[in-house]
Design a protein. Structure first.
Length: 647
């Protein structure tokens, strides 16, 4: 390896904006790849810019309610790659959240004798770690401690010549020529950071309200935000940041959104206000909710009208489906060769549906053959010959699987209330409770293990879609509904709240209007007779859309103004190979990179399930290697003179 010439002015510099899970994962990959691509003795200045605690960042910060849980089982959460990840860099194994908790309580964490790598757990978190099992759901505060430990370990693994600089503030702008030093301007500081490369790992961001949200905000303001008759409107935001004190006890609150943000809202407004649950005598019976009297009444509805599907509560058994099969690299390459942008519903969804169907039937035939009417090799051959999205697939399933309940019907799964009519609001409550109860039973019964096979296929599909860039929101909504639902205990709590009258269901296709005559919000859902629900409070239970055009983040807005490309859905366009930001001519920027939900190669969050070849790990490794190769090759810069810039 060649020796880098001495630098007369400064070492090469890398700025990572965002030190949360994604930025931390990138640092881990930089440390793993540096010996090969950069050298152990070559100096490097690594600047980490984030106003929030490193590791957890804003979303996983430690100062949250202990009632808020992770949405994944502890054994399914890791920041470390493994041998299944298709990456060029070396694998440096690390513990999952469950393994970390087990080793922490045993005092056997890697690097444990090193003081800076010992976990700093409060007595409450230490007690939680001691009780956590692999199939348990950790609090977000414990996950924050895990991520803080990962961050410390990743920084400690960097070569000794790397100097880490922390900046607890926001970056607001990047300037500089394409082929020269970049200047990263920080909030409240007159002198920018000089960088040879910049990475945006910003995570979830706030957004400016859209037209409807501005109108609803204005309507609430017009009729007073204070006083006994004042209206309250809470736009989309991270639930832990919302001012829920404005939602008064006993009053109706319309909630639009039935996903994970609703679950957080439900928890904070019930247990968070002093309510409690009584368990059945055997520990597995029906929950009963005991109100504190401080809860509002939540009237919740959404497009589907039902909560996300429960997390699956059993382990995999038997032969895994060989994935990908019908939606893999070859199919993605074929889509990319077509002229124009592929249409999701016409070109992509049929391939996804065939892949999900293959996983479902592979598990049904190999693990539950008594429920099928033909040998698996015969079915597999005929299934492979059927065109994606055609009627032949449905006809084959009808011939080979006698019970309709064993066939995969993605439309019915996606829209379980489509076409259903309820005679009254009370009938709707009973119907929704029956739906949730059936979902809980099914998702905890290994007799329905084809559901778990479909889950694995969803993860496989997600990994392939990364190369197609922005395909719109339909896929992400479908994936979240099936694969990223709440823990089963949360749905049991929802049932108890429904029986107690604290939660009321509005049904599907919920419609909300502002009534200026009655000075209230009115909500109604399709499929149920009766008057609309009226309330003086409306909550949007969802995160803001990660669009560049409407973000409140000054840095992303300035990049957009300066020529960075944005997809039709409003995401920052990046190269799928290494995350370089594209300009409006499609050219990758040589020195600017971006990772995360604001890009069209968002892949997944900052962590993923072990042994799933997760896209986030592949992206982090590719970007880290591109950065190290770039930093190794940049010539020594001339001394930098910068005048303060007004902002």
């Amino acid at each position: 390896m060649s020796v880098r010439p001495d630098l007369s002015s400064r070492p090469p510099a890398l700025v990572i904006v965002g030190a949360g899970p994604r930025g931390t994962g990138l640092v881990e990959r930089i440390a793993a790849n540096a010996p090969e691509l950069y050298g152990e003795a070559a100096p490097l200045d690594l600047h980490l810019v984030d106003p929030h605690p490193p590791g957890g960042g804003r979303i996983w910060r430690p100062d949250q309610s202990p009632l808020l849980w992770m949405n994944s089982m502890a054994e399914d959460v890791t920041v470390f790659s493994d041998e299944t990840v298709e990456q060029d860099g070396p694998v440096r194994p690390g513990p999952s959240l469950a393994e970390w908790a087990e080793r922490a309580r045993a005092g056997a964490l890697p690097g444990g004798p090193v003081p800076e790598l010992s976990p700093e757990l409060s007595p409450e978190l230490a007690a939680e770690a001691a009780a956590l099992t692999g199939r348990g759901f950790a609090s977000r505060r414990l996950q924050s401690a895990y991520l803080a430990w990962v961050h410390k370990r990743s920084v400690a693994a960097l070569p000794p010549a790397v100097t880490v600089h922390r900046h607890r503030c926001r970056a607001v702008r990047i300037t500089g020529p394409r082929d020269g030093v970049q200047r990263v301007w920080l909030e409240g500081r007159a002198t920018p950071l000089a960088a040879d490369a910049v990475v945006l790992a910003l995570g979830h961001l706030d957004a400016e309200p859209d037209q409807e949200q501005r109108a609803l905000t204005a309507f609430a303001a017009e009729h007073g935000l204070d006083g006994p008759d004042g209206l309250v409107y809470l736009p989309p935001e991270f639930t832990a940041d919302s001012d829920l004190t404005r939602l008064r006890p006993g009053e109706p609150v319309i909630v639009r959104g039935f996903g994970l943000a609703f679950v957080d809202l439900m928890v904070l407004l019930t247990e968070g206000r002093g309510g409690r649950y009584d368990e059945g005598g055997d520990g597995a019976g029906e929950l009963t909710y005991r109100p504190s009297g401080r809860e509002p009444v939540l009237h919740v509805g959404s497009r589907r009208g039902v909560p996300y599907r429960s997390k699956i509560g059993y382990d995999w058994r038997g032969e895994r489906p060989p994935l990908p099969r019908f939606f893999g690299p070859a199919q993605v390459e074929e889509l990319l060769r077509r002229p124009g942008r592929p249409d999701y519903r016409r070109d992509i969804w049929p391939l996804i549906a065939k892949e999900l169907g293959f996983a479902h039937y592979h598990q049904l035939f190999t693990a539950h053959s008594d429920r099928t009417a033909m040998p698996w090799p015969d079915f597999e051959e005929r299934y492979a010959a059927c065109p994606p999205g055609g009627p032949e697939l449905r006809a084959l399933a009808e011939a080979a699987v006698p019970d309709p309940a064993d066939r995969l019907d993605l439309d019915a799964l996606d829209r379980p209330l489509a076409g259903r009519r309820f005679a009254s609001h009370e009938a709707l409550q009973q119907g929704l409770r029956a739906h949730i109860e059936a979902d809980l039973v099914r998702r905890h019964d290994p007799g329905h293990s084809p559901d778990l096979a479909v889950f694995l296929a969803l993860l496989s599909v997600y990994g392939q879609l990364m190369r197609l860039g922005d395909i719109g929101g339909q896929w992400h909504g479908f994936f979240s509904y099936l694969a990223s639902g709440p823990p089963g205990p949360r749905l049991r709590q929802l049932l108890a709240l429904s029986r107690a009258g604290v939660v009321r269901f509005l049904g599907p296709e919920v419609r909300v209007v502002a009534d200026p005559l009655r000075k209230v919000f009115r909500a109604s859902g399709a499929g149920v007779a009766g008057p609309a629900v009226e309330a003086r409070a409306l909550v949007e239970a969802r995160l803001p859309e990660p669009t560049v055009a409407h973000t409140r983040d000054a840095l992303l807005r300035s990049l957009h103004r300066d020529g960075a490309a944005v997809t039709p859905a409003g995401l920052l366009a990046v190269s799928p190979d290494d995350g370089r930001i594209l300009d409006r001519a499609g050219r990758p920027h040589p020195r600017r990179f971006a990772l995360g939900p604001h890009t069209d190669a968002r892949g997944s969050g900052g962590f993923a399930r072990p042994r799933t070849n997760a896209p986030v790990f592949r992206q982090n490794d590719a970007t880290a290697r591109a950065l190290l190769s770039l930093l190794r090759s940049v010539p020594p810069p001339a001394p930098l003179t910068v005048r303060a810039q007004a902002r």
